[in-house]
Design a protein. Structure first.
Length: 319
């Protein structure tokens, strides 16, 4: 759906982005990860032409964005900014309705869709008449996400969307993000410098440094098969925790002991990571997991053994 070919950008003779190429598929989240100044935000903004590339080409659904009217291009791309990016002199209702108004939606259609989005993002309807400065940081960020998703764009760009939030609010919104049905069937590109966040939210990660793409792949690939010492050093201090967040519990099912008895407390497993289940096991000795209709018993020890067996097969990939 999104394809970058040999994209470069310079500012005042400084190379911000150097010959970047990657693609993002429908129903995929690609995270651009790296330290400040590595070129990740510049790369993101070139996708919707907020910044124009000096060289190279960007395609959306096979069409070169140079040939697409800028307004039309941006109306088809949701954009979530750090610090929410809400207009302070607009009410919440006016902020969320910006894109539908530009698309000339009728009031009934806009109101219906707005009510749907507020409900999905756990925002009360009475917030519509308030202004951004009357909301909490978490509410502001949810409103920013609602605005970006209002017109059901097939592409979503997110620039450090959770960076300004306190740790508790950040964790709450990230969990909602992972389960929000509005994000299905979209090509998502997200920028972050938070390694843990990248591993929690990204289907693939593009690690950048000094404007260059150092390695791109699934989280487990960057951990287990680093291309060079730079990649290895970038993740070294958090490798164990990242590994636990990168491995989905459903992939360990063949290596977990079956549970003969069925209980109502079984946890239905979808995309939960090993880390998610270990957090539950911190408060009790074992738990039951329902994976693809099968009931499994998990303890700290059995999960660690299952990980080792899993890594011994398929070289630790989740394919």
């Amino acid at each position: 759906m999104i394809e970058l070919k040999n994209i470069s950008k310079s500012f005042d003779k400084t190379n911000a982005v150097k010959n970047i190429s990657f693609s993002v598929l429908k129903d995929e989240t690609l995270v651009l990860l790296g330290t400040s100044g590595c070129g990740k935000t510049t790369t993101l903004k070139m996708i919707n032409r907020l910044i124009k590339a000096d060289s190279g080409d960007i395609f959306i659904n096979g069409e070169n964005i140079k040939k697409i009217n800028e307004e039309k291009l941006r109306l088809g791309i949701g954009y979530v900014l750090q610090n929410h990016g809400l207009l302070p002199h607009y009410t919440i209702e006016q902020n969320i309705a910006i894109v539908p108004n530009l698309l000339r939606w009728g009031k009934d259609k806009t109101d219906s869709r707005m009510e749907e989005m507020l409900h999905k993002l756990h925002l009360p309807l009475n917030l519509k008449d308030k202004y951004p400065n009357q909301l909490s940081g978490g509410q502001q960020q949810r409103v920013g996400l609602a605005r970006a998703l209002m017109a059901k764009p097939p592409i979503l760009l997110m620039d450090e969307p959770f960076g300004a939030l306190d740790p508790i609010t950040k964790e709450s919104i990230k969990k909602e993000f992972l389960t929000l049905d509005e994000l299905q069937n979209k090509a998502i590109v997200m920028v972050t410098h938070d390694i843990q966040e990248a591993f929690e939210l990204g289907d693939r990660i593009c690690l950048m440094s000094n404007g260059e793409m150092i390695q791109i792949g699934k989280p487990t690939e960057l951990l287990e098969k680093p291309r060079n010492g730079l990649v290895k050093d970038f993740f070294r201090g958090q490798k164990l925790q990242l590994s636990l967040k990168a491995i989905e519990v459903k992939n360990l099912s063949p290596f977990l002991e079956p549970s003969a008895d069925r209980y109502d407390d079984a946890i239905s497993i979808d995309h939960q990571s090993v880390w998610d289940i270990l957090e539950i096991l911190a408060e009790k000795p074992f738990c039951r997991l329902e994976i693809n209709g099968e009931l499994k018993k998990a303890t700290n020890g059995s999960l660690m053994e299952a990980i080792e067996k899993f890594k011994a097969t398929k070289n630790g990939t989740t394919e």
